[in-house]
Ligand binder design. Structure first.
Ligand code: NAP
Length: 272
């Protein structure tokens, strides 16, 4: 039987997920379709109840549905609960909806693939405290990161994020972040700064140690000015596209029954 899955969002045209899953479906010869669905917040609940009856095994969820689907789901994974948001839904045979959040998994899997020799015991400096930062901080702690420092423009938002976690997470002012860099061996930009159409990220990397890993979850452009500067200074870098690719693995596995590979062919297909 043809297996169906898709991605819901409002808007949805920008999503690269159909290309990503379509590449895997073709590569593994799976009888399935992955479709983009424009779903508004008003239609969200009805859509979630209807799609399992139409043969859908699950969905990815993008802006603005990530928090709402978490609350509408029947069951949630621990990592979705930690973030209070979901990006991957799976429909059980009886129609129950399982909500998962694979962003943090994707973030760590990307770092492991792009910088396999990085120091996993290193303290991390996280720029930003939005939805993406939440999943990343949770995943860093899960992966054993001994200390996470958050710097965000809006300090109250950074403090609220740190409060969700244990004493390993602290905050500093946005302006203090460059000076704090030398005490960390992992720098992560989770803000939207540096993305095409957004203001640039001005971050002084003078304090960067050569054994530091720098990653940016912005992937348009692929090599952000932050990554470019870090590369010139001899740091190890990981771009943000891999996070997008790896976060898709658990959903594909559950819906289509095959563990897909993240490789250069996939990167080319998604960037084409
Ligand atoms: P969000 O919840 O809206 O958070 C945006 C973050 O950027 C906040 O920390 C915000 O700070 C900061 N920011 C925005 N404009 C700023 C400015 N002018 N100066 C300083 N800080 C500023 O967004 P999100 O969902 O976390 O996503 C953030 C970025 O990550 C987006 O570009 C998104 O496309 C990308 N992303 C990539 C992946 C991937 O798979 N690679 C996954 C998820 C997201 P304030 O709190 O002060 O507003």
């Amino acid at each position: 039987m043809t297996v169906l899955a898709g991605v819901i969002g409002d808007p949805i045209a920008q999503s690269r997920s159909p290309r990503l899953h379509g590449h895997w479906l073709h590569r593994y010869g799976i009888d399935g379709h992955y479709v983009p669905l424009h779903v508004t917040p008003e239609n969200l609940q009805a859509t979630l109840r209807l799609l399992p009856d139409l043969g859908f095994r699950g969905l990815n969820c993008t802006i603005p549905h990530k928090e709402a689907v978490f609350h509408l789901a029947d069951d949630v994974t621990d990592r979705a609960r930690a973030v209070q948001a979901a990006n991957t839904l799976t429909f059980a045979d009886d129609g129950r909806i399982l909500a998962d959040n694979t962003d943090g998994f994707g973030f760590i899997a990307n770092l492991d693939q792009q910088v396999p020799d990085r120091d996993t015991d290193a303290a991390a400096l996280v720029l930003g405290a939005g939805g993406a930062a939440r999943g990343i901080v949770a995943a860093l702690l899960d992966a054993g990161t001994p200390q996470v420092t958050i710097a965000n423009r809006t300090t109250t938002r950074a403090a609220a994020l740190a409060d969700l976690f244990d004493g390993r997470v602290t905050t500093i002012d946005w302006d203090e972040a460059p000076a704090a860099l030398s005490d960390h061996r992992l720098l992560i930009n989770t803000t939207s700064l540096g993305m095409t159409g957004q203001p640039p990220l001005h971050f002084d990397l003078a304090g960067l140690q050569p054994d530091t890993t720098v990653t940016d979850i912005v992937y348009a452009p692929l090599t952000t000015p932050l990554l470019h500067d870090a590369q010139l200074r001899g740091a190890k870098v990981a771009d943000g596209l891999g996070m997008l690719l790896h976060q898709a693995v658990p959903g594909f596995e559950r819906w289509f029954g095959h563990t897909p590979t993240v490789d250069d062919a996939l990167r080319r297909a998604v960037l084409a």
